[in-house]
Ligand binder design. Sequence first.
Ligand code: SF4
Ligand code: SF4
Length: 299
Amino acid sequence: GAGQGDLAPEIWEKVKNHPCYSEEAHHHYARMHVAVAPACNIQCNYCNRKYDCANESRPGVVSEKLTPEQAAKKVLAVASTIPQMTVLGIAGPGDPLANPEKTFKTFELISKTAPDIKLCLSTNGLALPDHVDTIARFNVDHVTITINMVDANVGAQIYPWIFYKNKRYKGREAAQILTDRQMQGLEMLTERGILCKVNSVMIPGINDHHLVEVNRAVKSRGAFLHNIMPLISAPEHGTVFGLNGQRGPTAQELKALQDSCEGEMNMMRHCRQCRADAVGLLGEDRSAEFTTEAVMAMD
Ligand code: SF4
Ligand code: SF4
């Protein structure tokens, strides 16, 4: 896991109060997500659009969709109830950068009303290069990119299609565009000093061995953490690999992969795959206290 020992001092300074990056902080500081981003610009074979994006959240949970104005109100309500609230993330339920107006309007409102709250977002990376300047302008200091492959042959088994520049692409061509855009976006962010974490979903038989190569590729482009998450396999979550469905990795397989990447860079092991409208300390979910109805009734 990430701790002071593994990270460069300037990175530690930035992440020490961030519950998602520091094991210490995750007991003392809270984060929340607002679900303002319903649309997505790619299809992952493990996704079911009824549920939250696996970019950063536990699949199989439906979050409430909010307008940017509702989201800003909710952030203020939560911040006044949970004083340890230091981080606001936008992570779904679709892709935040496939909904740029909503995502950036939310950041704009929050940076005006609650300038101390740190902003972060997670994305599949397809639209990332187009938005790096805006991300920098809003002082977003943490971006998470979900990167499951750097090889279009692997990618073609994970992504049936992408929607890019008003056109649908399929197969290897789609995967090649996606990986090029992810790598370009990652480089652009790290060049500007914006911290980047990479999430990967481990899919046995599809990208499990390949993730060691992904680890090298993202490390060489300046990602500061790599978080390998197990595929959560259940038909209702949309795992449509193969005819008989796709299993997730065992705990031993996951650990073996994390160990084989460990020498390369910081691995994140304390991640809880949290939902797109999570509220509270990590591992705690107080989202039920802050439904849209409850928040809109507050003054
Ligand atoms: Fe689903 Fe997220 Fe993949 Fe989009 S990026 S298809 S919302 S898992
Ligand atoms: Fe943490 Fe990720 Fe949410 Fe940011 S987007 S608060 S890093 S879980």
